[in-house]
Design a protein around this ligand. Sequence first.
Ligand code: FES
Length: 158
Amino acid sequence: MSFNLSEEGIKKVKQELSRYETKESAIIPSLYVAQKENNGWVNNDVIHALSKVMDIPASKINEVFKFYTMFNQKKVGKFHVQVCTNISCALNGSRELASHICRELKTKFDEVTPDGRFTVSKVECLGSCGTAPMMQVNDKYYENLTHESAMNLLRGMK
Ligand code: FES
């Protein structure tokens, strides 16, 4: 299935291109734009669409895409639940929290739930260590979580 950026997406990518001295510097913000438009993940079609708009070889965009873990290489659910399992969060129970969320949602890490709503992933530090344990769902942070508060939040997401 082919992918094309929306007019709005093209505008955003061109804006990013105009902000930097080299086009390559705009790859990361442009990948964010494209990932969002492709329902949260990036594939070859997305890379090629960006390559055309940015006039940068697809191989260069691909290198950046493969290097950074915030770009998803496979489909994710409508809500991508990223539980930080780095040191502060781990010390405050985030690994157990991540497993609890998976159990409650009857899914495995990095898989999409059958209803298409959730993907649960363990991620490295999200820079909110003082409010551990925490998770990011799509663009939003949820902090000082307990098993109950996390599940209440997730159950409320439609
Ligand atoms: S260790 Fe979890 S946000 Fe930094």
